[in-house]
Design a protein around this ligand. Structure first.
Ligand code: HAM
Length: 412
């Protein structure tokens, strides 16, 4: 991430964090490296992520460690290990890089950044709805709400999922030879993923396949109906996609994805769901959980496409020139005073000496809209010269005491 992107990045991450913090989710920081076993158990041995996408290494003791490919398993591990799950509920979020050995392309990287939220200890659809609603608020805050649509589905309980898996395998096995190569492989390891196949012939064969919805029990149906109702009340439009299964094994009940039509193939900007069996799988007592993770680079791409917001081209708003080396300390003092008085403004002071002409070149390159000039004359007369760099290139002199007001009004 280079500086120009960094400005937009900050805005996007701050908006996402703002929504999470307004809902009293608390930040947690997780290690980048975890025992490989955490992911093979938690995310699932037969998932693409664990099978072929992890960066795995042996440390000096020969223990197998992996760079985290996602945050949910590590988050559950940490809270469990520190006794924060038993008889309590937790709502936390994390932000940071994840690592997957995937084929890089626009919107898909081997190191990418997620902001994830996880809620533990609450079994009802209320918290599913809260999580999904928070996403909607994030998109709105960023002005990308019109381009993000929500798909939801229910996978039912763990037992329902297992029964469905068996039925799907029984249905597909006789026609295995006609499936695409990936689906053939998945038939033995992760058959639910076959539903996601992009191959036309496979999709044709799936037309007569048993439906997951027929295996979902009454409790799970009630959970899902409760979620749908809450989403309607919250005014979050959604589409039920019965084929949405997600690529990680820990999901039960609710799964969801936020998609966009504006990014091409990598169209999911955020995804999540419920994972009621995960904590138990990791050695804890049965503890319900649900969460999501936002793919920050993808949100950034979308934001870039949609927003014409100004300010992203420039590194600074005001550039303070130093007309005389002797005055360096006074320029610093002026800049400091302005930063205190006008906290939103990005004020860069010149460094490295040089003639006025070369300082003005730097001022222009910084993207600043105003350069401040302070030399002997200005000091003597208690004024500051102010040069407008963008619209007019005019220069004017203002009394030092008025400078804050002039700048404040100009940048309002
Ligand atoms: P995931 O679907 O694997 O779920 O990833 C979540 C989001 O991260 C994706 O929707 C996408 O926006 C972004 N993402 C994934 N892989 C890449 C990549 N290679 N390059 C760029 N962006 C990517 C999870 O990771 C779950 N832990 C989400 C979750 C949290 N479920 C419950 N709690």
């Amino acid at each position: 991430m280079l500086p120009e992107e960094g400005r937009r990045w900050r805005l996007v991450e701050d908006a996402i964090r703002g929504v999470l913090m307004a809902h009293a989710y608390e930040e947690i920081q997780l290690p980048l490296l975890e025992a490989t076993e955490l992911f093979s158990r938690g995310v699932g041995e037969a998932t693409d992520i664990v099978e072929k996408e992890m960066y795995t290494l042996a440390d000096r003791d020969g223990d197998s460690l992996s760079l985290r490919p996602e945050g949910t398993a590590g988050c559950a591990r940490a809270l469990l290990q520190h006794g924060l799950l038993h008889n309590q509920s937790q709502r936390v979020f994390y932000a940071g890089p994840m690592f997957r050995y995937e084929r890089p392309q626009k919107g898909r990287y081997r190191q990418f950044y997620q902001v994830g939220a996880e809620a533990f200890g609450m079994a009802g659809p209320d918290v599913d709805a809260e999580l999904i609603h928070m996403c909607q608020l994030m998109w709105r805050a960023l002005g990308i709400g019109g381009e993000a649509r929500l798909e939801i589905n229910t996978l039912g309980s763990g037992a329902a999922r297992a029964a469905y898996r068996q039925a799907l395998v029984e249905y597909l096995t006789p026609m295995a030879a006609d499936l695409d190569a990936d689906s053939q492989r998945r038939l033995g390891s992760n058959p639910l993923r076959i539903l996601d196949s992009k191959a036309a012939k496979t999709q044709e064969l799936l037309a007569g396949a048993p439906s997951l919805a027929d295996f979902v029990d009454a409790d799970a149906k009630a959970h899902f109906a409760g979620l749908c109702e809450l989403l309607e009340h919250l005014d979050v439009p959604f589409e039920v996609n019965p084929k949405l299964v997600r690529g990680l094994d820990y999901y039960t009940h609710t799964v969801f994805e936020w998609k966009t039509g504006a990014l091409g193939a990598q169209d999911t900007i955020c995804a999540g769901g419920r994972y009621d069996g995960l904590v138990e799988l990791l050695g804890g007592r049965p503890t319900p959980g649900a969460g999501f993770a936002v793919g920050v680079e993808r949100v950034l791409l979308l934001h870039e496409q949609l927003s014409q917001a100004a300010g992203f081209e420039s590194a600074a708003d005001v550039y303070c020139c130093v007309l005389d080396e002797e005055l360096q300390a006074q320029v610093f003092a002026l800049a400091r005073k302005l930063r205190d008085a006008l906290p939103g403004l990005r004020i860069r002071t010149h460094a490295g000496g040089g003639k006025l002409k070369s300082q003005m070149r730097r001022a222009d390159a910084s993207g600043a809209r105003i350069a401040l000039l302070m030399g002997e004359d200005e000091i003597a007369n208690d004024v500051v010269s102010l040069k407008y760099l963008r619209e007019t290139r005019e220069q004017e002199t203002v009394p030092a005491g008025d400078l804050q007001t002039v700048l404040g009004e100009y940048f309002e």
